[in-house]
Structures are given as C-alpha cells and as structure tokens.
Design a protein around this ligand. Structure first.
Ligand SMILES: *Cc1c(COP(=O)(O)O)cnc(C)c1O
Length: 341
C-alpha cells in the first residue's frame, strides 16, 4: 500500500522545526540552548516526543512506541490528520452521520469537503455505501465505534470490508472503547497500514481536563504527524498526570459507572414518555422521548444539562444522557418523574 501518495505535497516536502535537543543525541548536562529560565520546577520545555509516557502507554496497550502518537485530545489528532493528508479545496473525507461532530468541523476549518454516508435507520453502518463513495480525492474515512451519539459498535466484518477495499486512510475512533469488551482495532495496525485507531484519556479514564488523546498507526503515518505537530504539543503537567494514572494499574470507577449505567437504563425505561433507549456500549444512552425539545427545556430549568441530539439524522426526539454519579442519576430521574405531574 502506497501511503506516501496520500500525504499533502506541502507536508511531504516540509522541512520540520527542529530544536537543539532534537539534534543533540547524547546525555545533556548543561542546557543553554532554549532560552529557558534556569530556575524553577516547570522551567524546562517538555520532551517533544513524550518518550516516557509513550513507553507507559505502550505497555498497557501492547503497541510499539513507534506506532503511538499523542496529541491535545483526540480533537488534536483529527485536526492534524486532516492537515497532514487533505489538500484544501480539492480532497475530501467521509463521515457516517449521525456521528461525532468534530470530524466535519475540522474538515470545514481546513476547507476540506465532507462526504456523508448516513448510517442505516438502526444505526448500523452501510459499508458498501462507504466503499462506493470513495473517490480519487478521498483521503480519510472516519468511523466511530462505539459511536457517539448512538452508542452502538460497528460490526467488525464491516470495518474489515472497508479496510480491504479502500486505499485511503481509515480512522476508527475508539473514544469509548474502555466501556466495551470488544477487542481494540489497534491489534490490526500491522496488517492494515492505512488503519489509524484513536483513543483518549477524556472518557473512561476521567481525565478530560488534561487533554490527552492518542492514536496508534503505521510508523509512516506517525512520522507525518510528528513532522507537523507543534514542537512541544503535550505539556509536562499532562504527561505527569497521565503517567500517574497509568501507574495505578486500573481505570478508576469503571465498574461503578457500568453498574450505574444498568440502573439508569432501568429507571429510564420505567418512564412512560420514554419511547426507546438505544443499546449502548458507551457511558451514555441515546434516548427517544415523545417530545425531546420539551424535556430538554424542562431539564435545563432544573439545572440539568443533557445533550439534545434531536436534529441529528435518524435521532428525532432523542437526547443523549451521560451516566453520572448515583446522586446525579437520581437527581435526573427524580426530575423526570416530576415532569409527568
Ligand atoms: C469525547 C470524544 C472524543 C474525545 O475527544 P478528546 O479531544 O480526546 O477529549 C473523541 N471522539 C469521540 C467520538 C468522542 O465522543
């Protein structure tokens, strides 16, 4: 597979920024190269390639460090992928609505066209339609599994069909992977050089505020991303907090969230104005109400914010509700019970 022809010419020819510490290979004893203040705890620029953190991630994910790229949230990776591979005003990406909004937004910002291949009404993927809509200018297909906002996973044979049929990049966004027991697509990156798997510390790990997303990809793709990223793209505080979280050995509260998820499902299904709760492999439910806008407004008045997805394709009258703490979920359910009165 020729990945090189997918890269934007300007990126292919780019001479990237190099710091003195990129160029100096030995063990440094005196740093006088970067105009830092010599005093303080956070006075030094952080490791531009986050080697220590990548080793820790490599160990828990069983992926070679050379196949890992880290960014300011997965959002940062989506943006870099588009900027690295899509030529503005000529190339396009494919998305499968209803899905995560940032794929389209990042493409729009970069003047890259978005082709939409809708999911079926039951939120299953139409793999053949995706394959058929790939053209010469298609650089990236963005798939999301478990999908946001629908909560379902894409059947693995459909992703395999796409991987085997296309030669553009195929991104599988696994932001909610930790809530599902299905294997990660990261085990397939060796066999499929055009596959890129994204994960994040923002959801199950409970670290949305540190802004750390990762992708696992062919070394060539990782090198392209390294070439175009900002030089010190992951700050030291983020690296430290992530290392500490990983060293604890477990994802905190995951079991608790799964228990609460089942309880929330039961409580919601007892409400007679709830029409459908879509099965979820994530930490949220897409819920169809008789009148979603009315419920949404009512909840806002009660100072409860959920996500109104009722304008999304196939999501008429649907709200997306995140699983909270036992107290938060109870607060929501009590408010909804009062709605009928
Ligand atoms: C929440 C979410 C992300 C996470 O983005 P970060 O920038 O890592 O916080 C990515 N993809 C999907 C589908 C999400 O729902």
């Amino acid at each position: 597979m020729n990945l090189k022809r997918l890269v934007r010419p300007s990126v292919q020819n780019l001479m990237p920024y190099a710091s003195a510490r990129d160029e100096f290979m030995g063990e440094v004893s005196v740093y006088l190269d970067a105009n830092e203040n010599p005093y303080g705890k956070y006075n030094r620029y952080p490791d531009p390639y986050q080697k220590k953190l990548k080793i820790a991630i490599s160990e828990i994910k069983n992926i070679a460090t050379d196949n890992i790229f880290l960014s300011n949230g997965s959002d940062g990776i989506i943006d870099l992928l588009i900027r690295g591979f899509c030529e503005p005003k000529s190339d396009n990406i494919i998305i499968t609505p209803p899905t995560f909004g940032m794929f389209r937004v990042a493409a729009n910002i970069n003047e890259v066209a978005t082709k939409k291949v809708p999911l079926n009404k039951d939120f299953s993927l139409d793999a053949n339609a995706v394959i058929d809509s790939v053209d010469e200018q298609t650089k990236i297909i963005f798939l999301c599994s478990p999908n946001n906002p629908t909560g379902n996973e894409i059947k693995s044979d459909k992703i395999f069909n796409i991987l085997n049929a296309v030669s553009c990049l195929v991104v599988v966004d696994e932001a909610y992977k930790d809530f599902s027991s299905s294997p990660s697509w990261s085990s397939q990156i060796e066999k499929h050089p055009n596959l890129i798997v994204m994960q994040t510390f923002s959801k199950a790990w409970g670290l949305a505020s540190i802004r750390l997303g990762m992708c696992y990809a062919n070394q060539f793709v990782v090198e392209i991303l390294n070439k175009i990223k900002l030089p010190y793209n992951i700050n030291l505080l983020t690296q430290e907090v992530a290392l500490e979280a990983i060293s604890s050995g477990i994802i905190p509260n995951l079991e608790q969230i799964n228990i609460e998820k089942q309880k929330l499902n039961t409580s919601l299904s007892d409400l007679d104005f709830v029409e459908k709760i879509f099965p979820s492999k994530a930490n949220f439910f897409l819920v169809r109400f008789q009148n979603a806008d009315l419920i949404y407004k009512y909840l806002c008045e009660k100072c409860i914010v959920v996500r109104n997805r009722s304008k999304e394709l196939h999501c008429e009258n649907c709200l997306r509700i995140t699983v909270g703490t036992p107290e938060e979920n109870q607060f929501l359910i009590n408010a909804l019970k009062d709605f009928t009165k």
